[in-house]
Design a protein around this ligand. Sequence first.
Ligand code: 13P
Length: 229
Amino acid sequence: MNAQDRAAGSRAHQEVARVVLETAQAMYAKGLVEGTAGNVSGRVVDGTFCLTPSSLGYEAMQTSDLVFVDAGGGVVAGEGHPSSEKSLHLACYRQWSEVGGVVHCHPLYASMFAVARQTIPAAIEEVVIYIGGDVEVCDYHLTGSDELGEAVAAALGRRSAVLMANHGLVTVGRDPADALHAALVVERTAHIVWGARLLGTPGSVPAKVNQDFAGVYRWVRESSWGGET
Ligand code: 13P
């Protein structure tokens, strides 16, 4: 690798680290996690991945605390321990080559659906546009396990969100900020559906509209994800 490639590689690392940190701090500020729970990652063009460290408070976190790993999970840069959900993040990137960012969080309303093991229905138009359809629940596996990572990546299908039974939510996007937006859309929808069920029997978006908007989601994902970050 020549000096120019090394400089470009390092710029790419810095840029992804900046977005991962901003996204992690926004996730915390928006109340999607308590304490040090949750984790965020981003794909770097050189085939490495930038992850938040395990069990470190978000407010004090700096880009120097982030950890870079290769596709096999080996640490290539950074002092701390990568998130204990490293396998989950890497499984999503492995399965979906266009995914550039992953967010795992424990939002209140979405987690109620995860505990009740109920799908969050795509009852609001924007869910279909940004998530691709209903948010399904994947089977329970132990936190941090390779099995959890594989189950989550498979259950995502070509959608942006999946619930982890008795645990929380995983979202993916073209980059970490996009994955956080997906998490916020899911949490808002879970809250709305929860409230609507208290008010009565929620209606559904017409099937044809859902089908068309799912097409919009697929088109955006196919045409604009997978670019360089
Ligand atoms: P880490 O602090 O190791 O990222 O774990 C937090 C978490 O939410 C595990 O599911």
